[in-house]
Design a protein around this ligand. Structure first.
Ligand code: BEZ
Length: 306
């Protein structure tokens, strides 16, 4: 089986049209048809039902398409990584989730720039989940996220756990009370702001981080509202629509309209992960990691050293 045959089949399967696949692949229509016919002959199964418009895959074609998608994605990753190995990027491209921007990221970049003044740095706001794809495609060199994820290519270094604090409307009865316990918050609408794909609940398992934390304490908030990001969540808290939990470094946000109170539970934390590829590191990566540890030391922050 040849790669070209596989690519031709995927182009047709994705676009459901031979003419759109011609534009995608820059192959002529006869070449595309020939490659797909060769593939079908080799496998011994018809993959495309050519009698319907738009074109459809046969059940065998559907199966082959689904199962071979990851092969092509893997090849794209290997190609992008090989290119980076041959031509290491000069600019250090850093992906980050917004919540780390309110914490130490600006300090870390400042120290890094003083230590390596010739290094160019680019910052890209990108979700924890998308960071994995961005690392593999070469869009970013390192990423800072808040979720543990599994990927064969990506290593995650847990930098530290940041305590959650409670964000409350200024006129909330608990607005002046520190060392809150989660059960005390149960009667409130909890505003959720993590990525929606993480809100799906597997059977018997709560994966949304805030709900998961409440669940660990046997608390089910009386109602929830899910919004697209943390700024919106704090806006709703300011408007008196509910409460939320945010990492401690956000305690200066909207401080005139939102009160932040501590939680008693020491394990109510949000992790910060440094995401990188296992096999390819940007030339400035070792210095970057040292800079992060140095900022932690300078600020007296408890962290995990690798
Ligand atoms: C931190 O707050 O620990 C942190 C934030 C951004 C990058 C690295 C660390």
């Amino acid at each position: 089986m040849q790669l070209k045959q596989l690519q031709a089949f995927h182009a047709v399967a994705k676009s459901q049209s031979f003419s759109a696949a011609v534009a995608m692949t820059e192959l002529s229509q006869p070449t595309l048809s020939r490659l797909i016919k060769q593939l079908e002959d080799e496998i011994g199964a018809e993959l495309i039902d050519r009698y319907h418009r738009p074109l459809q895959l046969t059940p065998a074609g559907e199966f082959f398409y689904e199962k071979s998608l990851s092969l092509l994605a893997e090849l794209d990753t290997i190609t992008a990584m090989t290119q980076r190995m041959a031509h290491p990027p000069k600019t250090l491209r850093i992906g980050f989730v917004p919540s780390v921007l309110y914490g130490l990221l600006p300090n870390i970049i400042g120290v890094l720039k003083r230590q390596l003044p010739e290094l160019e740095v680019q910052l890209k706001d990108i979700s924890s989940y998308q960071q994995l794809e961005a690392l593999k495609s070469g869009e970013i060199d390192v990423g800072f996220g808040r979720f543990a994820q599994q990927d064969n290519w990506v290593q995650q270094i847990l930098l530290r756990h940041e305590r959650y604090i409670v964000a409350l409307p200024v006129d909330h009865p608990l607005a002046g009370v520190n060392d809150l316990r989660l059960p005390q918050l149960a009667d409130n609408r909890l505003i959720l702001y993590h990525q929606s794909h993480l809100n799906n609940t597997a059977v018997g398992q709560v994966t949304e981080p805030l709900l998961n934390l409440f669940d660990r304490y046997g608390v089910l908030p009386f109602a929830t509202t899910t919004v697209s990001d943390l700024q919106v969540a704090l806006g709703l808290v300011a408007a008196g629509e509910g409460i939320t939990l945010v990492p401690d470094s956000l305690k200066t946000l909207r401080s005139e309209q939102v009160r932040y109170q501590t939680l008693l539970h020491e394990d109510a934390t949000s992790p910060i992960y440094l995401n990188t590829l296992y096999e390819i590191a940007h030339p400035a990566y070792p210095a970057f990691l040292d800079t992060i540890y140095q900022v932690y030391e300078d600020k007296g922050i408890t962290y995990r050293r690798r």
